[in-house]
Design a protein around this ligand. Structure first.
Ligand code: NAI
Ligand code: PHE
Length: 358
């Protein structure tokens, strides 16, 4: 796939790309929609097979942000930055990473407020401190020490927990006690999700490509650790994908041995039609852009709308009611929950700009 193909097949507004010769990093900023407000979405920094793959990820993730903001009733549009790194993030010398952040900050200053970034895979609150100060303020999610609201991960995990609770009820379970919850990815969000469901009495099954993260989950709440390759074939009551996207294809959906899919990973389905397969099998899917909205609610709530931490938490609890509407619409129209959530987002997109609807 070429960069030209990525852009011509995309339904978004504008994709900006750049390259830094000194570090070999390729930069992309995708602005999908500004209809509800300035575009917002995190900065993802990782390695990609090609610059076109990185831009494709940025465009798809930006589209997901548009849906996420609309369905959460937040007055922002959808965007995303992707930095394709010359080496794995943990192998980059600090000076190289700081140079990459400086270039990205300059790019943010160039799009000056049409797009606001925040943390995502490969970036942290400390990185947001740098981006904020060097771009002229266009980064959400600075550390508390630097005057920001801190990481979005805890409220994302809170929202995923709310989504799991709503989805298991839809699947006919009373609560999580004794239920097998498989968490794929024990990073900032996944570890917290696993800890929360373990505290409710779930049997946590977990996997991560980083053995240290698996050991920590086993030690802290007795997670049963499985091989990474077994994530999609191990039986569970709830599958909570909290690593990367695109893992559920139609073929995977045909076989996935679970009753509920609810997690944090953005764009967990390869395409919308894959949700039809899950729906036919009676698997309850909490659409990712609803379930993982807590981070955006935290960042935009605290930094744009002036909410307190308590107000943010109350809005994150509202993810349960939103999912209730999604499940009801799916049942009424005989469509998958993914399609129903998109219909709901479109409705809000059309009618609520830029008021709060939650
Ligand atoms: P993170 O980078 O802290 O954690 C990701 C974890 O997944 C890491 O521990 C990594 O080793 C692991 N991992 C990567 N590939 C894997 C694989 N194939 N199998 C198993 N584990 C694998 O990222 P974070 O912040 O926890 O985000 C997780 C997901 O949630 C991402 O898709 C992100 O876009 C999404 N998300 C995050 C939000 C946030 O506020 N941090 C908000 C909304 C969505
Ligand atoms: N990257 C996170 C997400 O996908 C958090 C985020 C939300 C970052 C909004 C910036 C803006 O939801």
């Amino acid at each position: 796939m070429s960069i030209e193909q990525v852009i011509t097949e995309w339904d978004g507004q504008v994709g900006c790309v750049g390259f830094d010769r000194e570090t070999g990093a390729f930069f992309s900023i995708a602005i999908h929609s500004r209809a509800l407000g300035p575009a917002a979405g995190g900065t993802r920094a990782m390695q990609y097979a090609s610059p076109a793959d990185a831009l494709r990820d940025a465009t798809r993730l930006a589209g997901a942000m548009t849906l996420k903001m609309a369905i959460a009733g937040l007055p922002m549009g959808g965007g995303k930055s992707v930095i394709a790194l010359p080496a794995p993030r943990h192998e980059l010398p600090e000076a190289t990473w700081q140079r990459i952040l400086a270039v990205h900050a300059e790019n943010l200053a160039t799009v000056a407020g049409q797009y606001w970034t925040g943390p995502d895979v490969g970036t942290s609150a400390a990185d947001m401190d740098v981006l904020h100060s060097r771009s002229g303020g266009y980064a959400f999610g600075r550390s508390e020490g630097a005057g920001g609201p801190g990481s979005s991960a805890p409220e994302t995990a809170h929202g995923v927990h709310v989504a799991i609770r709503a989805a298991i009820r839809e699947a006919g379970f009373d609560d999580l006690r004794g239920r097998r919850v498989l968490v794929q990815g024990l990073g900032a969000v996944g570890h917290d999700v696993a800890a929360r469901v373990a505290a409710e009495g779930a049997h946590v099954i977990a996997t991560d490509i980083d053995p240290a993260r698996c050991e920590r989950a086993a030690r802290e709440f007795g997670a049963e650790i499985i091989d990474n390759a077994a994530a999609l074939t191990t039986a569970s009551d709830v599958f909570a994908p909290c690593a990367t996207g695109g893992i559920i294809t139609a073929a995977v959906a045909e076989e996935l041995p679970t009753r509920v899919v609810a997690g944090a990973a953005n764009n967990v389905l390869d395409e919308v039609a894959t949700a039809d397969v899950l729906a036919h099998r009676g698997i309850v899917l909490a659409p990712d852009f609803v379930a993982n909205g807590g981070g955006g609610i935290h960042l935009v709530g605290r930094e744009v709308l002036g909410w307190s931490a308590e107000e943010v938490a109350a809005h994150v609890e509202g993810i349960g009611a939103t999912l209730g509407e999604v499940f009801a619409l799916a049942a009424e129209d005989g469509v998958s929950t993914e399609r129903a959530a998109r219909m709901l987002a479109e409705r809000r997109f059309a009618t609520s700009a830029p008021e709060l609807v939650q």
